[in-house]
Ligand binder design. Structure first.
Ligand code: GDP
Length: 528
């Protein structure tokens, strides 16, 4: 690869934010974009969230799909770095997409509310990061409010998420007594002035914590900081880059996103420490981002703004080579070349003039339903990227047609929507029901509205007593047959014909798994 291209790879940082609703993801995103000079985009992020809150009605959400496509990938420049922030939808629109976006990033930022500690959604997203040992930087937010003790927060993270914490900054007080942070790495004190959304001024350098200036600046809290740091030296892990890159350790920052405090400190560390695009596994070999030939995979498909055109945008993560507008790419699953003249290259500030993209970047390709999640595109070599799975659904509905003559259309619609990754489709082995599975419940509303608008199908949902699913694997054919016979009522085939076990509760699932030790129950499944 040419020197120029190599440099382009090295300066890219592609990441997503993992957090529980209300921890401060939107606020933090907005501040990060402001540092990158993406002012309009920052406004759009807030507007989008406001729109989501105003209504959970899918049709109204359609209207703001414009914003939603643009803010799916937020690209900005910071220092010499080109940063791609991939949106991880939360709240009502939490879905499989949220998980799958994390398969397309090189690192993640975890935002934690200091009053709440680790919450459920963060735990689930962390599980996905674990699959690829994604490096994670932690930002503990809302220090301007009363929260848990910092050491308690660190042990919560360590115990709940099984990752070592290495604090790089340390808070001085909290809530009304919040005075700022001490950067353990740079040995700098950053003082907090509430309500001031100023950019970070260079901190006061205090190498020696016994420096009397500390007492002048912090009063009685100077001694508290000294005691904390002494305690930390014995108790906390020193930061090790290698351990962070392997996903074993997370560097931790404290701050307040809404006050823009601690954000730039974290962003500086992020661009310096977070990895550039990493090599990716395929079924045949590992692909390095520095290879000359182009390759990429699709991790998300979004129905487009204009329902009349049934146009869809496939989001492709570039893994190697250089993309130029008008390039011909091979779509290996269907064995066809496509001319990518109308690709959207996601740029926050200026979308129109961008003609090329590099590994780590995301491009959007318009299509009419020919592209599936997990599809690989290259300029020649037949490759198939792995690690872009389906995730076990947690919500289920049975679909009932209002007009039985529409069975064909229903089936076609559901199969296409399943291929898009919008929902998962299961057909029980003992009857002809259509059972839909989703990671977030809003997915069901989306499907119903799209079935009606795009496929002319009128249907209703019925509740069904399932809470979880696993894909079944078993080496021993005989055992598998026995398992199938005994568990018929709980077995179904997914849209690609893979056997799945649907259970009414985690407890039931655990019980069955215990009874059948030779059978594997997989929580994720690779696309064929
Ligand atoms: P998201 O749901 O994770 O995207 O969270 P938001 O960014 O929308 O924040 C949720 C709420 O917390 C909003 O009311 C924010 O104004 C508030 N918030 C965000 N950051 C801070 C902070 O640093 N301090 C305080 N006190 N509130 C914050």
């Amino acid at each position: 690869m040419s020197k120029h291209n190599q440099k382009e790879v090295e300066r890219r940082r592609t990441f997503g934010i993992i957090s529980h609703p209300d921890a401060g993801k939107t606020t933090l995103t907005e501040k990060l974009l402001l540092y990158g000079g993406a002012i309009q985009m920052a406004g759009a992020v807030k507007a989008r969230k406001a729109a989501r809150h105003a209504t959970s009605d899918w049709m109204a959400m359609e209207q703001e799909r414009g914003i939603s496509v643009t803010s799916s990938v937020m690209k900005f420049n910071y220092r010499d770095y080109e940063v791609n922030l991939l949106d991880t939808p939360g709240h009502q629109d939490f879905s499989e997409d949220t998980y799958r976006v994390l398969t397309a990033v090189d690192s993640a930022l975890m935002v934690i509310d200091s009053a709440k500690g680790v919450e459920t959604q963060t735990r689930k997203l962390m599980e996905v990061c674990r699959m690829r040992n994604t490096p994670i930087i932690t930002f503990i937010n809302k220090l301007d409010r009363e929260g848990k003790e910092p050491l308690e927060l660190l042990s919560d993270i360590e115990e709940t998420l099984q990752i070592e914490c290495a604090p790089l900054s340390w808070p001085i007080g909290m809530g009304k007594r919040f005075k700022g942070t001490y950067n353990l790495y740079r040995k700098q004190l950053h003082l907090f002035t509430p309500g001031q959304e100023t950019r970070l001024k260079d901190g006061v350098v205090i190498d020696d914590l016994n420096d009397p200036r500390l007492d002048e600046l912090l009063g009685s809290q100077a001694d508290e900081l000294r005691a904390d740091i002494e305690l930390l030296e014995g108790a906390a892990n020193p930061f090790e880059l290698e351990e962070y890159l392997k996903g074993n350790q997370t560097p931790v920052f404290f701050g307040s996103a809404i006050n823009n405090f601690g954000v730039q400190e974290m962003l500086d560390a992020f661009v310096e420490l977070a990895p550039p695009p990493s090599p990716r596994e395929t079924t045949s070999r590992e692909v390095s981002p520095y290879e000359e030939p182009f390759s990429g995979f699709v991790f998300k498909i979004q129905a487009n703004m204009d329902p009349a055109h049934r146009d869809r945008i496939a989001f492709m993560r570039i893994c190697s080579g250089k993309f130029t507008r008008g390039m011909k790419l091979r779509h290996h699953r269907i064995g066809k070349d496509i001319n990518v003249s109308n690709a959207t290259i996601f740029m926050a500030q200026d979308r129109t003039n961008v003609e090329e993209a590099y590994p780590g970047d995301i491009i959007g390709i318009h299509n009419h339903g020919t592209i599936k999640i997990g599809d690989t595109f290259t300029d020649k070599e037949p490759l198939k990227f792995t690690g872009i799975p389906s995730f076990a659904p947690e919500h289920f509905r049975r679909v009932r047609l209002k007009n039985p003559l529409k069975t064909k259309q229903l089936e076609k619609g559901l199969i296409q929507l399943a291929e898009e990754g919008a929902v998962q489709l299961f057909r029980p082995v003992i009857n002809t029901d259509y059972i839909l599975g989703a990671v977030g419940v809003l997915q069901f509303d989306v499907i119903m509205s799209r079935l009606k608008n795009e496929y002319g199908v009128d249907a209703i949902y019925e509740g069904i007593d399932y809470a979880t699913a696993r894909w079944i694997g078993c080496e021993d054919r005989k055992k598998l047959e026995e398992f199938e016979k005994k568990n018929q009522a709980n077995l179904a085939l997914d849209a690609e014909g893979n056997l799945a076990y649907l259970a009414s509760s985690e407890w039931r699932l655990g019980h069955t798994a215990e009874q059948w030790p030779q059978v594997q129950f997989h929580k994720t499944r690779e696309h064929n």
